[in-house]
Write a protein that binds this ligand. Structure first.
Ligand SMILES: Nc1ncnc2c1ncn2[C@@H]1O[C@H](COP(=O)(O)OP(=O)(O)OP(=O)(O)O)[C@@H](O)[C@H]1O
Ligand SMILES: Cc1ncsc1CCO
Ligand SMILES: [Mg+2]
Length: 293
């Protein structure tokens, strides 16, 4: 695969508004996106944190994509143009990594490749917040964080009570912040939680798939951000739709995995199995995406 425009199948045109707000639209759309990822196996470059590397790569593989965890400045000019999307995650940020993140985002922009930002613990420190805000200026296609991360980005201030990578807020607390952030940045903004929120600054949908135990496995948020990159890679002109379906497919894999799991460790394993095995009938029956507000 050389080029998104020539290699990926065209997605159907958007439906009328009343249909677009229901599962009549979203469930077949989720299946079409997953099938497209499985068929074309987009190459996703991940500059991600040390904690998440293994789970992120395995979630991308079980979703049907090709992960590449390359983060050296020296490799970006050669490699980033070959990818179909880029995922940047600041989870274990040190100053040495920032030039690679910024260069990769710039190369992705120059090559018209979508890229996705995961602002892990954005409000934990001034250093991290500034790094995230600088990356936001490079116009990510999608920003996906938990409630506290999206609120810290919107406010532009360090959170005195920050719990680091974990959220102190419900995703629904961050709806207005997410809408405003999307309007200011031009990015699609997704807030994960019991209901995942996705907004382009005007439309807001809620994704009601998932299980609470996903919060007890580190880097499930990082992994769903990378899956969003894979879905946006195969439908780059409709990042709002691709973000919502990626969150739903991941959450549904969590629900199916939970039927077999005994706790977080086995859920981690069954989540990967379930994502690999997801079929059309299950997606059409269980995807749960709807309009918010
Ligand atoms: N209460 C919940 N019920 C159902 N699903 C949930 C719940 N909380 C989180 N999830 C799901 O868990 C996944 C991770 O979301 P979370 O908000 O925990 O990300 P995060 O805080 O960025 O995680 P991490 O930083 O560990 O990667 C998402 O798919 C989300 O939909
Ligand atoms: C726990 C943790 N700390 C920094 S990154 C990370 C992984 C989840 O975001
Ligand atoms: Mg996170």
């Amino acid at each position: 695969m050389e080029d998104n425009k020539t290699q990926f199948p065209q997605q159907p045109p958007p439906p009328p508004n009343d249909v677009a707000e229901t599962n009549k639209f979203w469930a077949p759309q989720a299946w079409a996106h997953l099938q497209s990822v499985r068929r074309s196996s987009p190459l996703i470059q991940c500059i991600t944190n040390f904690v998440s590397m293994d789970l992120v790569a395995n979630v991308l593989l079980s979703g049907g994509a090709s992960p590449a965890m390359l983060h050296s400045v020296q490799e970006i000019p050669d490699f980033t143009p070959k990818t179909h999307a880029l995922c940047i995650n600041v989870g274990t940020l040190v100053p040495d990594w920032l030039p690679a993140m910024k260069m990769a985002a710039q190369v992705a922009n120059e090559c018209n490749k979508p890229w996705v930002l995961d602002p892990v613990a954005a409000g934990a420190s001034g250093f991290r917040l500034k790094a995230c805000l600088d990356l936001l200026k490079l116009r990510p296609t999608v920003v996906r964080g938990n409630g506290s991360e999206i609120m810290a980005l919107f406010r532009g201030s360090v959170d005195e009570n920050s719990k680091g990578a974990d959220s102190l807020h419900e995703s629904t607390d961050a709806i207005e912040a997410a809408k405003s952030l999307a309007q200011i940045s031009g990015s699609i903004v997704a807030v994960s939680g019991a209901i995942d929120i996705v907004t382009d600054g005007h439309r807001v949908v809620g994704v009601k798939n998932g299980v609470p135990m996903l919060q007890k496995i580190t880097a499930t948020g990082c992994s769903v951000t990378a899956l969003i990159a894979a879905f946006v890679a195969i439908d780059p002109l409709r990042p709002f739709e691709a973000t919502a379906t990626a969150l739903s497919v991941f959450g549904l894999a969590g629900e199916i995995g939970m039927d077999m799991a005994k706790g977080p460790a086995s859920l981690r394993m069954y989540l990967i199995d379930a994502l690999h095995g997801l079929d059309e009938a299950t997606i059409l029956r269980r995807v749960n995406i709807g309009k918010m507000l």
